[in-house]
Design a protein around this ligand. Structure first.
Ligand code: ATP
Ligand code: MG
Length: 463
């Protein structure tokens, strides 16, 4: 189904002026230079790119010399970051596919990736045709070696080259195929999808760091629901997170239960799982906020904890969280601080929906480092469960009242009041202000958890 895109005329006027500066300076110095990848794809489609990447014939050292405001990063694959205030323009030298890649048909996994090449080599080593377009700013043309424009017009995700081989070289590409198809509302080209189904078990060959980072990206993409539907259908979910899917019905039946949860009349945790993803997608699309990893973890476990949330003894909830999250967290290599934040906000959720008698005590939650994240989670939960709107409104107004800074106010005048003094419904933990070196929340969600950008080139591998 062809769709109406702004196309090539939509690209130049929407390029970040600093990105243009970098490209023009490289050109002026006699190098080849283009905008490349996601930004060209998104501008062609009329979407706002997350960032602007530049590809050039200049080596990292030459880029470094040309831009005083730049730094070379990466060991495995060197590239340059050119800084404009808070903004970073990633400027990478054209690369080619590593010479030994594909030499051994039984083991095509790319283990190193550091050969310079031509612009065409650089296009062909990329993952999907829609991600391999170069924009030539002088001629206002898209340079397309792989029929990526055709696939953009046809709304199709297609690997460059032989799909099974490209997925075997780097199995994370399978998650990326699902991410782009879901986010852009594209179809996955049939041969690409067939190869994905065939190679899916290889996903376990990737490092846990890359896998969990990619799972977070899918969750915060604004299209978590269609992503996870495709993950389940392709069995990638079962391969990446077996300890998690089995929580829905055992090793063999967890995925079956999740699939059944998709049907209209379904109920129970598996059905709630999809409702939470819908609510998360709505939140991401309407607020454009980057949801912290810990909140994403809490969302994954919330459907499984509804019974405990309603029960009286907080220890029961704490123990169940521990029992469920510890093995899954260990298997996936989830960072400790992300797990801890998830635990805190799940516990806080219970306090925040506590009945009237406990409300005043509960207000100490607003003083916590994690309050903003707890509020995000509460909003998603309320939307998923269709219940608790008035509590949400109350906490939002408390948040607004204390927005001079969550730490601007003293305690509530009752000393440790809400912090478990009666042993039945206190804080989820002893007060630990400023434990992490006085970090201050800047009104955004990512500060108490690994930020979306934390992973860096080391974790993202082939970029
Ligand atoms: P997003 O909007 O999610 O950032 P993007 O297309 O910019 O999408 P990135 O992960 O930022 O994706 O990667 C930048 C570019 O690097 C991609 O467009 C693609 O050309 C290339 N790339 C990234 N990961 C891979 C990979 N695993 N294999 C081959 N090429 C890749
Ligand atoms: Mg990008």
């Amino acid at each position: 189904m062809a769709q109406q895109n702004p196309g090539i005329p939509g690209i130049l006027p929407n390029i970040d002026p600093d990105a243009l500066k970098v490209v023009r300076k490289l050109l002026h110095a006699g190098h080849e230079a283009y905008l490349v990848g996601g930004c060209v794809r998104d501008l062609y489609l009329g979407l706002m790119p997350k960032d602007f990447d530049i590809a050039t014939s200049a080596t990292p050292e030459a880029i470094r010399k040309l831009f005083r405001n730049s730094r070379i990063i990466g060991r495995r694959f060197k590239l340059a970051h050119v800084f404009f205030g808070q903004k970073v323009m990633e400027t990478a030298t054209f690369r080619t596919k590593p010479r030994d890649a594909g030499d051994d048909p039984n083991n095509p996994l790319i283990t190193h990736d550091n050969e310079w090449g031509s612009v065409e080599d650089d296009a062909r080593r990329r993952d999907f045709t829609i991600n391999a377009l170069f924009f030539d700013v002088e001629n206002q043309e898209v340079v397309d070696f792989v029929d990526g424009l055709y696939d953009l017009d046809q709304a199709t995700v297609r690997t460059i080259g032989e799909p099974a081989l490209r997925f075997r070289e780097d199995p994370v590409r399978m998650l990326r195929a699902i991410k782009f198809a879901s986010r852009l509302d594209f179809k996955i080209e049939p041969a690409t999808w067939a190869a994905l189904l065939e190679v899916a078990p290889d996903i376990v060959k990737c490092s846990r760091a890359r896998l969990i980072e990619e799972i977070y990206k899918l969750l915060r993409s604004g299209s978590a629901r269609p992503c996870f539907e495709r993950l389940l259908e392709s069995r990638l979910l079962q391969h990446v997170m077996p300890s998690y899917t089995s929580l829905y019905g055992g090793e063999d039946n967890g995925a079956v239960a999740l699939a059944a949860g998709l049907s209209e009349g379904a109920s129970g945790p598996a059905h709630l799982f999809w409702r939470f993803l819908d609510a998360l997608d709505d939140f991401v699309k309407t607020t454009k906020q980057e949801v912290a990893n810990g909140v994403l973890q809490a969302i994954l476990f919330a459907p499984l904890l509804q019974r405990e949330m309603g029960e009286d003894a907080r220890q029961g909830l704490d123990r169940t969280i521990e029992r469920m999250m510890t093995p899954v967290g260990a298997a996936l290599g989830i960072a400790r601080r992300d797990r801890e934040l998830a635990r805190q906000i799940l516990m806080a959720r219970r306090r925040m929906s506590a009945s009237t008698g406990r409300r005043r005590r509960g207000s100490s939650v607003t003083q916590r480092d994690y309050f903003h994240d707890a509020l995000v989670f509460l909003g998603v939960s309320v939307a998923a469960l269709g219940d608790g709107g008035s509590e949400l409104a109350r906490w939002k107004s408390l948040a607004a009242a204390s927005s001079g800074g969550p730490h601007g106010r003293g305690n509530d005048g009752r000393g440790n009041g809400g912090d478990g003094s009666d042993g039945s419904d206190g804080s989820d933990e002893p007060r630990r202000r400023r434990r992490r070196g006085g970090r201050k929340r800047g009104g955004k969600s990512a500060s108490s958890s690994s930020s979306p950008k934390d992973s860096g080139a080391a974790a993202t591998g082939d970029r």
